[in-house]
Design a protein around this ligand. Sequence first.
Ligand code: GLV
Ligand code: MG
Length: 352
Amino acid sequence: MIELRNPRAFFEPLCVGAPRPAVAVSAEPSRMIHFFDPGNERMRAKLPDLARRADVLLGNLEDAVPADRKDAARAGLVEACRSGALDGARVWCRINALDSPWVLDDVTTLVTEAGAHLEVLMVPKVEGPRDVHFLDRLLAHLEARAGLTHQIGLHAIVETALGVTNLEAIAASSPRMQGMSFGPADLAASRRMRTLRPGGPHPGYRTIDDADPAARTSVVQDLWHASIVRMVDACAAFGLLPFYGPFGDIADPEGCEVQFRAAAVLGCVGAWSLHPSQIDIARRVFTPPADEVAAARRVLDALPDGSGVRMIDGRMTDDASWKQCRAMVAFADRAAERDARIAEDTLTGAAT
Ligand code: GLV
Ligand code: MG
């Protein structure tokens, strides 16, 4: 049986009156997806400030929101969108899992009451294309009903063994797919991993060299590497953006920075921030460093159309390096624009 849609219809809306899927995902910087609990009033008061600082603000309705506060969180997010508290921010929402009793209300309420403000829905525990297809059609109907002119993107959290197994099929499942995040906490539970430090290293996961036992050195290895690499490949192959997920130990900024940096070097474009202190860590890590951007500009100046091969800064530089440099410079320019806007808004905000 052929599962794919007719390729000629791939970008057609899934129901009459729904907006068309975007052909490319947004290239705006999404270096940090800052999580907030929309049911918490104290937190809601801080939103205008966070909206100025974070690239993306995400109202979290899933884990960390207790069952008896799910309705308040959902209503709080609608209210935050409508009140203007999130103005200027790109707004995402993490809905509850597809087998939970809350998800239907999450999706219907958010799209029909605040859909115009929502860029992306983050979906936990996605395990295969069928999960995406279920939401894809439902969202098309709700978007049509709400008269939306933009399609709301879908972002899958890869956090179960089956989700990791089906990464590529999930990435290819719909043009509505915007990206993926790696969820080490649930993944550790799903795999029965013996670690309670999701996202960070574990002292027991290490290797030794094969020298004389008396002189052996031993290093800790990265537990998450293999799956993150697969996620990055699946996203790159199908035009989605890959993100690292949470680093839960808020009191360990160094550990957070190391974890985020490893993800950035592999190709992730951003990470979650669970506390305002992680916003600046993510900004620092996921913005290309100034010396690398300057080196990339030298390559573009020396090889304006990417053809040929030259020794630049002592390195052989050809078409492949030129493509890398072009992508880095384009992103660095966007990030610089965004940061200049943040600095300006912060000044204006501070003055008001
Ligand atoms: C995130 O949701 C995780 O489970 O790590
Ligand atoms: Mg999770």
